[in-house]
Design a protein around this ligand. Structure first.
Ligand SMILES: [Zn+2]
Length: 266
């Protein structure tokens, strides 16, 4: 179990810590292996305490300003999935986000004065104008639209090849998650939906999203795709799916897997 904390407790055993060196979405790991476990940091770089994984201290190392990565192997966070335990992968995503936060909040966003870090949390305070900042999170909704025994999947422009997934989009200021679902489905495929129900959520460190998953039910309309975002969209039966994620690393895959199980496909 991972317990986040801004500072290491005084009685924490630090005879061996987990070190997660990070540079721009890439983590550095043991060559051919997993996260570095050692008494001392494997490279010289600013370190940030993240919390405690089981009984072990976890630190992120900000490698942006150093060219020395020792003998470590660079692995993009996406490619790291499956190579280390899922819980460690989520902590590595946290390392990326905290390093990114520290690098982008050195100065007050309002008046430009160097910020100070709170002692009890990750907040940054401006000593001059008292403006406060916290790690940035961008909530996004992700939704599987269902119509009888079919699900709506779309081939988004962000995918390198012909690959389908659920619809997703960022929540706008002043909007509830459910309103974001209704708006995004209407914008992306021109359909009206209801019975929006919460499925689950996932931190997604690319770069700082919180994916909030939903199911909903088709009400009316014909599919009309938003061409800036989507190449193709359609209704699919469980036994005739296009290339798409099923289970795996992302909540899109979990939504589709859950739907398949409800269709009797395992
Ligand atoms: Zn300020």
């Amino acid at each position: 179990m991972f317990t986040p904390a801004p500072n290491p407790p005084a009685d924490l055993d630090q005879s061996e810590s987990i070190w997660i060196p990070i540079r721009s979405g890439t983590a550095f790991v043991e060559p051919g292996g997993g996260l570095v476990r050692d008494k001392v940091a494997p490279v010289e770089a600013p370190n940030l305490f993240l919390g405690i994984l089981d009984d072990t201290a976890v630190y992120a190392l900000d490698l942006h300003d150093t060219s020395d990565e020792g003998d470590l192997e660079p692995v993009h966070l996406r490619k790291l999935y499956g190579r280390i335990p899922d819980e460690e992968w989520v902590v590595a995503g946290r390392a990326e986000q905290i390093v990114n936060y520290e690098r982008t909040h050195i100065y007050c966003g309002r008046c430009g004065t160097p910020t100070e870090t709170n002692s009890h949390d990750r907040g940054k305070v401006c000593p001059k104008c008292k403006h406060m900042a916290f790690p940035r999170l961008s909530p996004a909704m992700i939704v599987l639209v269902e119509k009888d025994d079919q699900a709506l999947l779309a081939w988004g422009r962000q995918f390198p090849g012909r690959f389908f997934s659920t619809l997703a989009g960022f929540v706008e200021p002043g909007e509830s998650l459910e309103q974001a679902v209704e708006r995004e489905v209407m914008e992306e495929v021109g359909l009206k939906v209801d019975e929006i129900s919460y499925f689950g959520s996932q931190p997604w460190p690319f770069p700082h999203s919180l994916m909030c998953g939903f199911h909903c039910r088709y009400v009316s309309g014909e599919i009309k795709i938003q061409e800036e975002e989507i190449i193709e969209a359609g209704w699919f039966h469980a036994n005739d799916l296009p290339p798409c994620p099923v289970g795996g690393m992302s909540i899109a895959g979990w939504l589709i897997k859950d739907w398949l199980e409800r269709q009797g496909v395992h």
